[in-house]
Design a protein around this ligand. Sequence first.
Ligand code: B12
Length: 280
Amino acid sequence: MASETVSLSEAAELLGVHYMTAYRYVRTGRMPGQQVDGEWRVARSDVAAFRPGVRGKRGRAQKATDEFRQRFEDRLLAGDEAGAWRLTEDALTGGISPRDFYGKILTPSLQDIGSRWAAGEVSVAEEHTASAVAHRLVGRTGPFFARKGRRKGELILGAPAMDLHGLPVAMLSDVLRGEGFRVHDLGANVPAESFVGFADDLSGLTAVGVCATMSGNEDQISLLMAELAEAGIEERLLGGRAIESREQAEALGATHFGGSSDQAVACFLELADRSRAARR
Ligand code: B12
């Protein structure tokens, strides 16, 4: 192999395709590549010489991503943890980051399963099976987010009482750990009193995040926010699919709103910076 090599992500970028497409090229031998310490490397000259064929670049990249995601979703619905984990490993070793795996593969699959359940295409049992497998995959993927070094801040995340959706809390916790935060994941259905008691026992808390997935649970959300405020917790981020706007979040007692996990990361990073600056 020529001495100047690029990673699979860089090769994908140079080719203008999704990393999974580039991964398929090397796995199937269409583009020469070599694994070094578990990571694919491709000679820059081979990338330059590679001719992908006639289909439009964007169309091909999207098609490969959609196909991969659909195969993954099928494994979830089949309750096939081993098969779903094989695909997860393929993605992670093929160059996709753990954060992108959550954001681009696992989250849209769960959302699609939810829509198919609501449309009557997927049974309750299948949906439960898929979420059980998803839970186990999150358990196995979590360590990939581990990061060494000084913590940027300390956070508590949880879902309000009556909301049984713990997966979004677990996934967001991992993403924030990957950004260097110490995160206490309290999971689903946390009574307000217990949430506040946990926060009271911590000395270096930066902020709390509340994941509200189920709509119609506003009473529990505002009770939680009110008790957190009363306990002197000043930075309260509220988000999740049940919260549609900053106005709604603020009316429920939050001081910050986020519509996605990227926005949660941005908000907590800003709060950590502010609290560091205040300590100086
Ligand atoms: C898995 C699942 C379950 C599992 C939960 C397992 C678990 N341990 O989490 C179980 C089987 C328990 C379940 C139960 C129910 N569920 Co359910 N469930 C789902 C499903 C399929 C996936 C949820 C998930 O994990 N998504 C992945 C996460 C990562 O995506 P997300 O929630 O969209 O989050 C994104 C953003 O909102 C943001 N985000 C999330 N949290 C936070 C927090 C902050 C602070 C910020 C800034 C951002 C942020 O980050 C994510 C990515 O950007 C959804 C479908 C869907 N659309 O999500 C239905 C869904 C949420 N469920 C629904 C329903 C109706 C129910 C039940 C009422 C069903 C029933 N009749 O029993 C019960 C409710 C139980 C209860 N009291 O809570 C509805 C909710 C509708 C509504 N009106 O709110 C959905 C949308 C399905 C649907 N299409 O109708 N469910």
